[in-house]
Design a protein around this ligand. Sequence first.
Ligand code: NAD
Length: 313
Amino acid sequence: MSAPTRIAVIGVGHLGQHHARLLAGLENVQLAGIVDLNASRAQEIAAKYGARTFAKTSDLVGHVDAVTIATPTVTHIDIAMPFIEAGVAVLIEKPLAAGLEEADRLLEAATRRGTIVATGHTERFNPAVAAALPLVTSPRFVEIHRLGTFPERSLDIDVIFDLMIHDLDLLLTVAGSDVVAIDAVGVNVLTPRVDIANARIRFASGCIANVTASRISRDRVRKARFFSHDAYVSIDYAAQEVEVYRLIPQEGGRPAIQGGRLEVVNEEPLRRELADFADAVRSGRPPGVTGHDGRAALALATRIADLIARQPQ
Ligand code: NAD
């Protein structure tokens, strides 16, 4: 048996604690360290999942094969860069970086050093998404809603970079063509940043996507619907449910609509994402969501945010 892949978690707040929990339970993986600016938090999570703490991120080099970074977005580049330069694989939570220039610096270093960079677009590992996306062929119209209650976290970034970016990543994955036009509107309600945003995105294929994200809703809704000429696919991300309906040609009459709910085996998307990352580190293959994917989603999010910023308030 080969030695387990040693992976440390940097930042064990709301999300990073789950990185630690899930990595500790993965086969062929050793949760090799925890680092957090908040030392007592680092101790608490390390004790819970049987790992050791390190005082500084630089102390990890030599003790790990890879790290996951679940710290606030503005810190991603400074934390990730020394690992990339040292050839240590990194999984960086979404959004990849605070801006495109930073993302490009990370990716340039990764290419130069041959280091694996994965981006934490967890929704791509949602079993419902994995089951549904192969059935979405040539979509003509896409409608996505991602509405959440006020988080008290990630308020350093617009909702576009916090929530909508998950759906932008999915759209880029299924659309298979370039974005040719965007119309967008955003409103700041409880923070100085955009709390609700809507974007209408037209792709060169003719497909139009209408994407809405909010972090000040009363209810939580996370749904995507894809309409093609001959099929309709809907995904409920939270319930991990997929429905598919198809047109069945009928001789001499109107086509019939047949379909229903697809069988989906529920599993934590983050667990699948971390297992994919660990496997990529072991085998040297690219991860399921690469740094370049993270950069593409960030670029589209930035275009939308820039359009909104130019609007009269
Ligand atoms: P959080 O504020 O709850 O946790 C961040 C943690 O990082 C804190 O414990 C903090 O002490 C620590 N930290 C801050 N700066 C640090 C540094 N320089 N070195 C070491 N530790 C440091 O934030 P969160 O909600 O967990 O979000 C963290 C990241 O995860 C963000 O990039 C966010 O966008 C992303 N996120 C992704 C998803 C997803 O679905 N993939 C969900 C939530 C958050």
